[in-house]
Write a protein that binds this ligand. Structure first.
Ligand code: OGA
Ligand code: MN
Length: 292
């Protein structure tokens, strides 16, 4: 009999999955329960794990093909991570740790603003899985936001304003606001590089509609005057980022947290730069974004 037990956080999203050891293959029945829980709760936490990159990749691959790690920011070279060469393309190191003065991972210790992972790509990942190897004593908590709820609770005028509209998702900067390699700052927001996506997307599995925002800096709603786009985006962001739609993860070593990148945004609190935080992340290839 399966030992799996799902415990919802009681907040707008998120659940703990108890009774599963991710260092061993998960059988099909257990996997079906995990998948169902994920569709229901959007973010799952598996605590107390002890896994290496190959187990992280093997479990991740149950949810779909692994996606390549994102383009690193200027000043970070992926070969400086301690990753084995065969996993380097697939595992992203999220860390402020430096070795010989060089960062071993991306995103540092600063705040990360609310965002969807890699939505500046035409096919944003379906999911991200983030595994904690070292965590600071405080700070560095990760917030998650339920974008189904954000859509469902939109005032009618905002819902109407975004009906059928698309938005640019800026590819030039990462969620810490750092410029990526090979990109420049764009003076005209209408020319921001990045994928264009519908503001309301249909989740291909649950069939529910979600607000799809990506990230605020560099965003532009197509077909609107810049000032109107700014005003509309400010109103949407103010609505979407209310505490009542969120749940915060306080990390412990051995936590694996996975989120549905099609209906969840996330952010991170800053933490003390002198404290070590080391996470390994995988991401799953997404399907084409469906307009709702
Ligand atoms: C990410 C991310 C949040 C964190 O890896 O995509 O946003 O808490 N990380 O480090
Ligand atoms: Mn992210």
């Amino acid at each position: 009999m399966s030992a799996i037990w799902i415990q919802p956080t009681g907040a707008a999203l998120g659940a703990d999955v108890h009774g599963v050891d991710l260092s061993r293959p998960v059988d099909d029945a257990d996997f079906r329960r995990i998948l169902a829980a994920w569709n229901e709760h959007l973010v799952l936490r598996f605590s107390g794990q002890r896994i290496d990159d190959s187990s992280l990749m093997a479990f991740s691959a149950r949810f779909g093909a692994l996606d390549r790690a994102p383009i690193p920011a200027v000043g970070f070279d992926r070969t400086d991570s301690a990753l084995a060469p065969e996993v380097r393309d697939w595992v992203a190191v999220i860390s402020n740790v430096k070795r010989d003065g060089k960062p071993i991972g991306g995103l540092g210790n600063a705040e990360l603003v609310w965002h969807t992972d890699m939505s500046y790509n035409p096919l944003p990942p379906r999911a991200s899985l983030l595994y904690a190897l070292e965590v600071p004593p405080d700070g560095g908590n990760t917030g998650f936001l339920n974008m189904y709820l954000a859509y469902e609770t939109l005032p009618a005028d905002l819902r109407q304003a975004i009906d059928g509209r698309t938005c640019i998702h800026d590819s030039s900067r990462n969620s810490a606001g750092e410029l990526r390699k090979g990109f420049q700052t764009t003076p005209d927001i209408r020319r921001t590089p990045g994928a264009v996506h519908p503001l309301v997307r249909l989740h291909p599995v649950t069939g529910r509609k979600a607000l799809f925002l990506g990230r605020r800096p560099g965003a532009y709603v197509h077909g609107l005057a810049v000032a109107d786009s700014e005003a509309l985006l400010d109103a949407l962001w103010a609505h979407a980022t209310q505490d009542r739609f969120t749940w915060y993860q306080k990390w412990r070593v051995g936590d694996l947290v996975m989120w549905d990148n099609r209906c969840v945004m996330h952010r991170r609190d800053p933490f003390d730069e002198d404290r070590r935080r080391l996470m390994h992340r995988t991401q799953i290839v997404g399907e084409p974004v469906l307009a709702a």
